[in-house]
Design a binder for this molecule. Structure first.
Ligand SMILES: [Zn+2]
Ligand SMILES: [Zn+2]
Length: 474
């Protein structure tokens, strides 16, 4: 750790066991160039091919993730499903998936989104064990790396490696490289987390399979159904529900808060993951106890935490300030508007048009239908026959200044007409634009624009400030 302080990246990140035992934050001396250095220099496991695949498999995960669905499929074909078992299986799915994983593992331990009382913590840890997804400490450590190094090789379920890799592939083989460093010293000190880590194997057997079997046996005499449906089938659903947070939530939906990385928001993901579907929000505001911020969005985990709070079992529910959340949303909305703005064709700017004297304008208007409006010379040839008021009203203005007539003298034209007129600009009348015409020379569609901060640096960067510029030069 000492070398790290001198900005020399650690040759090999500290070992997992040391990391799990230490009370000192593991990243206390992390060098500034940690990510780039580690990606470049850390050794990866060799690519998986025909000559080595059996050496690269993670047999424990592979067994759990294949035997469980095999039992469920066998059971579905051979074991009759009692309605009590069906109801209990759904209940137990939410108990282990929601109480255990989303409220416990994810929002409490991985993100510290709220504080939970000791009894609630034991309850959550117990429920989470039934989801058979590794201990809290292991899970939260990987998840913190996922948030810290999203979409990089240091993210254990890097979405850039593909949907199936982030869904399940990363667990079926040995990790190709060690996840990026993430501190879990808070969890190392936590009595409940330590308890669960110590008794993890016993707990997964009991909560994952024995308990649901016992409940169905003593409740309504359906031990085999309990094992197959509330145990194995339910576990399959819980597994893939959680896995969808790493795959589906990084693949399906939109990015209302930030589009720098892959996380996305989608209602379908929310239903598949017990409320973890607003993942774009979550990656922006990971310490918020909510995943969905609108009342109608599906986030039962948030409701559960809120109820625990009302019961006095949870406190300090963290919420990101609405003002900051709104800034993220506005940024993305402006970005989309900017794209739309850039895809439209706009009227030529006065700087891009030739400056024409009144005499020259008069002379040229004998050859083509030119009209002056608000200091701009317009060629109205293509529009004369389409003018709703009739061709004659335009013809009589050729070679003249029709500003007053256009802006209400004869007829107060619509914003659309004004926008369309600006597209017919062919020149600027010499002598500048008369005072009082500022709002008339900027078409309505260009009065409010989405501009980058660099474009706002000088008031003269915008064409709308042209008359001021001329005033200064004059
Ligand atoms: Zn994610
Ligand atoms: Zn998270």
């Amino acid at each position: 750790m000492k070398e790290a302080a001198t900005l020399t990246p650690p040759l090999t990140p500290p070992s997992e066991s040391k990391e799990l035992k230490s009370d000192v934050p593991i990243d206390i001396d992390i060098p500034d160039n940690y990510v780039s250095w580690t990606i470049k220099n850390q050794k990866e496991r060799p690519p998986i091919g025909w000559n080595n695949w059996w050496k690269e498999l993670n047999y424990l995960s592979l067994t759990i993730l294949t035997v469980t669905p095999a039992i469920a499929i066998w059971g579905a074909l051979h074991v009759p499903l009692m309605w009590q078992t069906a109801v209990f299986s759904v209940f137990y799915y939410f108990f282990t998936g929601l109480v255990g994983i989303t409220a416990g593992y994810h929002r409490l331990w991985a993100h510290r989104a709220y504080n939970a009382s000791k009894p609630l913590q034991y309850f959550l840890a117990f429920a989470g064990s039934g989801a058979v997804e590794g201990s809290i400490k292991w899970w939260a450590r990987g998840h913190r790396a996922h948030h810290r190094y999203t979409d990089t090789p240091l993210d254990p379920y890097n979405a850039h490696e593909g949907f199936w890799w982030s869904h399940v592939g990363w667990m079926l083989v040995k990790p190709r490289r060690k996840p990026g460093v993430a501190d879990v010293s808070d969890l190392s000190k936590n009595e409940v987390v330590r308890w669960q880590h110590r008794w993890y194997r016993t707990l997964i057997l009991f909560c994952g399979f024995i308990l649901p079997t016992l409940v169905c046996y003593f409740g309504w005499g359906d031990a085999l159904g309990g094992f197959v449906y509330a145990g194995a089938a339910r576990l399959c659903f819980v597994h893939h529900s959680t896995f969808c947070v790493n795959s589906l939530a990084h693949w399906l939906g939109d990015t209302p808060f930030d589009d720098k990385h892959t996380p996305r928001d989608h209602m379908i993901t929310a239903f598949c993951t017990i409320g973890e579907g607003y993942h774009n929000f979550h990656h922006q505001f990971p310490m918020d106890y909510r995943n969905a911020i609108k009342w109608y969005q599906y986030d039962p985990t948030k409701w559960f935490i809120w109820v625990c709070h009302k019961l006095g079992l949870a406190s300090h529910l963290k919420k990101f300030p609405d003002n900051e959340v709104a800034k993220g949303q506005l940024t993305m909305q402006l970005k989309r508007l900017r794209e739309k703005q850039e895809n439209l064709t706009w009227a030529p700017d006065s700087n891009d048009l030739p400056v024409v004297s009144w005499e020259s304008f008069q002379e040229q208007s004998l050859k083509r239908p030119l009209v002056v409006i608000a200091g701009f010379i317009h060629d109205v040839g293509s529009f004369m026959d389409e003018h709703p008021g009739g061709r004659h009203l335009i013809v009589k203005m050729i070679g003249k200044d029709a500003t007053t007539a256009f802006f209400g003298g004869v007829y107060d034209h619509s914003n659309a007409a004004h926008n369309l007129l600006s597209m017919m600009r062919v020149g600027v009348l010499h002598g500048g634009i008369q005072h009082g015409l500022d709002d008339k020379r900027v078409p309505p569609a260009q009065r409010l624009r989405v501009a980058r901060y660099t474009e706002l640096a000088s008031p003269y960067a915008s064409s709308t400030a042209c008359s001021d510029g001329e005033g200064m030069l004059g």
